[in-house]
Design a protein around this ligand. Structure first.
Ligand code: SF4
Ligand code: SF4
Length: 312
């Protein structure tokens, strides 16, 4: 989990979040105050999972330096997280019930909701769906972490459990609560910590696009910021993975239809991202991911989106 974060590291981290979210370092103190508010338990984070592979949690744990584990152990008051917390059984239920009484938490939810097979997800004595109604009702705001919580993702690809996204669940159940979608499979840890910190610092949601995604993290289609764009413009394509530089459009790249900041933010402590690894973007942050059987992840892109329809 690493050493204790120093004050200097903490302020640097807040400065970075401020720069990313507001384009200025001026709000670093606001973010520092936000994290301290969380640390003092004035605002808590409650993290729950539905039908999920825990990928977003793993991505969160692989966050930047100072790492999210450092942030969690030193600053954030994460009341419960199914992967990180040591609490189990009755203790978990006690924590959740305490939060329901205090109504002082932001709910982060990862995974899809099994809407037609209630027994597929249970937390303590509750069906997930029943618990969700309570925890959404008492939350300050809701953060749908990852593509499954945002749009249904892989669990919703076939309808065995009637899986739907958290957002659709809220709509179906008439639960009105400010919410943010942070899609990605998994999503980038910066997007999660940055969004939560913003909500606490400014007591409102960050600027969102029409799909309720933070504009900062989903500013444009990946294609427009991709380092291989020049090859796309010159019609130079990878047709065999031995080629390592050209555009991956003909290998099924979904960058031209997917909004996300992956080329700018990158993954694994900024070391790399899909296209750097010579893998086409599979559009994991796209609302329709993982697509229909006809339009699979590696389907022929020419059939589904001819080049002339792409705005470069
Ligand atoms: S199609 Fe894919 S690899 Fe090619 S420029 Fe667009 S995002 Fe980059
Ligand atoms: S580049 Fe595409 S597949 Fe890779 S993480 Fe971003 S949205 Fe997902």
């Amino acid at each position: 989990m690493g050493k204790k974060m120093t004050r200097r590291e903490f302020l640097k981290y807040c400065g970075r979040i401020s720069l990313l979210f507001t384009g200025s370092l001026l709000f670093a103190e606001d973010f520092a105050r936000a994290f301290m508010k969380i640390g003092r338990g004035e605002v808590n984070i409650l993290w729950l999972q539905g039908q999920s592979c825990s990928g977003d949690s793993v991505s969160l744990l692989y966050g930047d330096s100072p790492s999210v584990p450092e942030l969690i152990t030193n600053i954030i008051n994460l009341r419960f997280h199914p992967v990180v917390s040591v609490a189990q059984g009755d203790l978990v239920m006690r924590i959740i019930k305490e939060e329901l009484r205090n109504k002082d938490y932001i709910l982060c939810f990862e995974g899809a909701v099994p809407y037609k097979m209630l027994g597929a997800c249970k937390v303590g004595e509750f069906y997930l769906t029943d618990l969700l109604k309570k925890v959404i009702g008492s939350a300050i705001a809701v953060v749908a972490v990852g593509t499954c919580a945002s749009y249904g993702g892989i669990p919703a690809a076939n309808k065995e459990t009637g899986a739907i996204s958290l957002v659709e669940f809220m709509q179906q159940e008439g639960l009105n609560k400010p919410y943010v979608r942070i899609p990605g499979c998994p999503t980038n840890s910066h997007r999660v910590t940055g969004t939560v910190a913003y909500i606490v610092a400014f007591e409102k949601l960050p600027k969102l696009d029409k799909d309720n995604r933070p504009k900062l993290y989903y500013p444009d289609i990946i294609h427009n910021n991709c380092q291989r764009f020049q090859y796309f413009a010159q019609d130079k394509y990878v047709t065999d993975y031995n080629q390592k530089r050209e555009c991956l459009f003909k290998m099924g790249c979904h960058g031209p239809i997917t909004y996300a900041d992956c080329p700018l933010r990158r993954y694994n402590r900024n070391t790399s991202w899909c296209i750097d690894a010579n893998a086409p973007c599979i559009g994991c942050a796209h609302p329709k991911f993982p697509y229909s059987p006809e339009e699979g992840i590696y389907s022929d892109p020419k059939k589904i989106r001819p080049k002339e329809k792409i705005v470069g």
